[in-house]
Design a protein around this ligand. Structure first.
Ligand code: HEC
Length: 92
């Protein structure tokens, strides 16, 4: 790309940033881990949170309402809820 010739760091860096933003982020889980997790979710969680995470009797676990900035819920909070309060019923 022509802009890269004007580089000396700056433009090249910007171009790299733009490129990395459009790239799919690296997966933090392997396909196998995701498949295992989905199976566990389907068995233990889907009846309340929905097979598509949209929520049934339990709240949705995706979308604008889940863990919104307004709720000030952190990843640590979510882990805490899941490890101490879920499954919330006899599904255990
Ligand atoms: C018997 C129904 C039920 C089952 C089964 C269940 N949940 Fe929940 N879950 C709920 C309810 C109800 C809440 C809301 C609790 C509250 O707000 O105090 C909740 C809250 C949550 C939250 C916090 C959501 C938020 O926006 O604060 C997470 C995360 C979660 N559940 C994950 C799971 C996972 C993972 C499983 C399976 C291991 C699971 N739940 C199984 C009913 C259930």
């Amino acid at each position: 790309m022509a802009t890269l010739e004007f580089g000396r760091g700056g433009l090249v860096k910007v171009a790299d940033t733009v490129k990395s933003k459009t790239k799919k982020p690296a997966a933090i889980y392997s396909e196998a881990q995701a498949a295992t997790g989905q199976q566990i979710f389907m068995t233990n969680c889907a009846m309340c949170h929905g097979p598509d995470l949209a929520g049934v009797t339990g709240p949705a676990l995706k979308g604008a309402k889940f863990a919104s900035a307004k709720d000030q819920i952190s990843v640590s909070d979510i882990f805490g809820i899941m490890s101490t309060q879920m499954p919330a019923g006899p599904a255990r």
